[in-house]
Write a protein of this length. Structure first.
Length: 315
């Protein structure tokens, strides 16, 4: 039997400091796996440029011209990492797909173990970090809280797994049946339900450049995951409303008791506190409901996830 064709999908956005290193490292890895008979010599490394404004695109284009193992999908704008990964997997023909960040902080040598598990019968293989020692204190704490919260509200995620994973052709075909526009692959992939396993690795230091994931962006990803896969925030509004209603009854009873016993408190303190509390709860509740309505609005419009401006060496 012929070896399976592997496509490594790398979304890129302003990665000029690190992209040459990534190209060299993945080229070496491909040679190793081909020599070991794990993958076909027709395997390729596909960079998906997600609207880079620096020299990232120029470096990739020159590489593609000199080496047909490398390919390029250039998106017409910045559509986001999740959509860029989708664009790569849906437009490259392969038997195995591996997605990995361009900075290679996820240990790319672990791809060999992923492919081996694929040959052992797994359709999905998750790359999972052993520990989070390279993260800042804030990033580490927020990540732990995020995974615990998602588990509590019923969203099953692979702990310490981000976007480093292997999918078989079968898994990608099933992924295509998910039509939502609010993409959160970490939540969608486990829903596919095919045989899966994990490989574990130590996250590496970034060789150059700066991470594009700020705390604000990480919070945005987390919020997308929560609101795309759980109605818990809406139910929390209901519970909060019930609690607020009970508190208001106690306040009314206390007010009536004070009035009839002539112990009414003169002043504005209690009024202001009560009005502020209920006003805040109403605005917060409306905000959460608005987030869900916004997602419905995006889904109903059914706009495309991305637009491809041009391609090089796509097979």
């Amino acid at each position: 039997m012929r070896p399976d064709k592997l496509a490594i999908i790398i979304p890129c956005f302003n990665e000029e400091e690190v992209i040459s290193y990534t190209i060299d490292e993945l080229d070496i890895l491909m040679d190793i796996m081909i020599d070991e008979g794990l993958i076909s010599a027709a395997s390729q490394i596909c960079f998906v440029d997600d609207g880079s404004k620096d020299k990232t695109l120029d470096i990739i284009e020159k590489t593609c011209q000199n080496n047909t193992r490398f390919s390029l999908i250039k998106l017409s704008n910045n559509f986001g990492q999740q959509n860029a990964m989708i664009a790569g997997m849906f437009n490259v023909n392969a038997d195995i797909y591996v997605t990995i960040d361009a900075d290679l902080q996820d240990d790319h040598m672990t791809i060999t173990d992923m492919v081996q598990k694929y040959h052992d019968g797994c359709e999905i293989v998750y790359g999972v970090r052993n520990k989070r020692e390279t993260d800042t204190f804030i990033k580490k704490i927020t990540a732990i809280l995020f995974y615990k919260l998602m588990n509590k509200i019923g969203v099953k995620l692979i702990y310490n797994h981000s976007e480093f994973r292997l999918l078989s052709r079968i898994a990608v075909e099933k992924l295509k049946t998910y039509r939502e526009k609010n993409i959160f692959l970490r939540g969608i992939i486990p829903l596919i339900g095919l045989k899966s396993d994990c490989v574990y690795y130590d996250r590496l230091l970034r060789p150059a450049g700066k991470s594009k994931y700020s705390v604000l962006k990480l919070f945005s990803v987390a919020w997308t995951g929560i609101t795309s896969f759980s109605t818990f925030p809406l139910r929390l509004i209901t519970l909060t409303g019930l609690l607020t209603f009970l508190i208001s009854i106690v306040i009314i009873i206390y007010s009536l008791f004070s009035f009839y016993t002539h112990k009414s408190i003169k002043g504005w303190t209690s009024i202001i506190m009560t009005a502020s509390f209920f006003s805040g709860m109403i605005i917060l509740s409306l905000g959460i409901i608005g987030e869900y309505i916004a997602k419905v609005f995006i889904e109903v419009k059914n706009r495309p996830l991305y637009h491809i401006e041009k391609t090089l060496n796509i097979k």
